[in-house]
Write a protein that binds this ligand. Sequence first.
Ligand code: AMP
Length: 285
Amino acid sequence: MKIVTSRMDLASLMSDNKKMGKSIGFVPTMGYLHEGHLTLAKAAREQNDLVVMSIFVNPLQFGPGEDFETYPRDPERDTALAESAGVDYLFIPAVEEMYPNPLSLDIKVTDRIDVLCGKKRQGHFDGVAAVLIKLFNLVSPDRAYFGLKDAQQVAVIHGIIADLFFPIEIVEIPTVREEDGLAKSSRNVRLSEKERQEAPELYQALLKARKAVLDGEKSTAKIEGIVKKHINESTSGKIDYVEIYAYPSLKAIESFDVKGKAIIAIAVQFDKARLIDNIILNMDF
Ligand code: AMP
């Protein structure tokens, strides 16, 4: 595995590989790698000649008062894990390497951001879009891998790809969980022992909701109520949102009596960690 820190080096390595006809799979991350990231890398390994992973804690996607400074980082451990997952090139740029100058254009995501984390974290997806556009241009991947734990991010990325004609296939990977159901996340290390014991209840709340829908409950308001009650009764976390939409359009729905997919998405603020999770239901049963 080769570690690359310069954007020019990365671009020229990718161009050399492209000339040799190699297909490139790309896995963008913010590091502090866990099994979720490694599952993305392994899928990329299976489907491409080359696997490129980036590790970059992108300041533009953190709002004021969010955890940019304290976001967990461990490049040494990440390097070993990336290599074990079959990554060929690990791109770890400094902030100045990705943002040598202030942006001269305003990158603003306008679709699907008035809900969920887009509404709660103003500007977050603008920062995500800015860094991904840069990374896509440097790597020129054939395929890029994203986790459905961040389902709104996946939906927004489909919009960017379509708008800017990036010739990139987006591969969506289902959420990887701990044995007790907690969605793997770099931020889980910031849970206290007690919070860590409570945190699997987020997924339990989603499973309870799914069961209620499969048992015939059609009202999204009632399902939101079931999820909120479960989280409030079984955790000390503060609910940021529990929301239900059609997926991937993220359009509001009042009833599960719809065609296609629906997402039940939650965000819960614990003392030092804000956790998100979701479940996507296929309503064509
Ligand atoms: P992050 O480092 O949190 O920006 O995540 C990098 C990529 O890994 C994103 O596409 C995430 O959706 C994905 N990812 C993070 N956690 C998980 C998980 N538990 N299961 C699947 N994918 C994940």
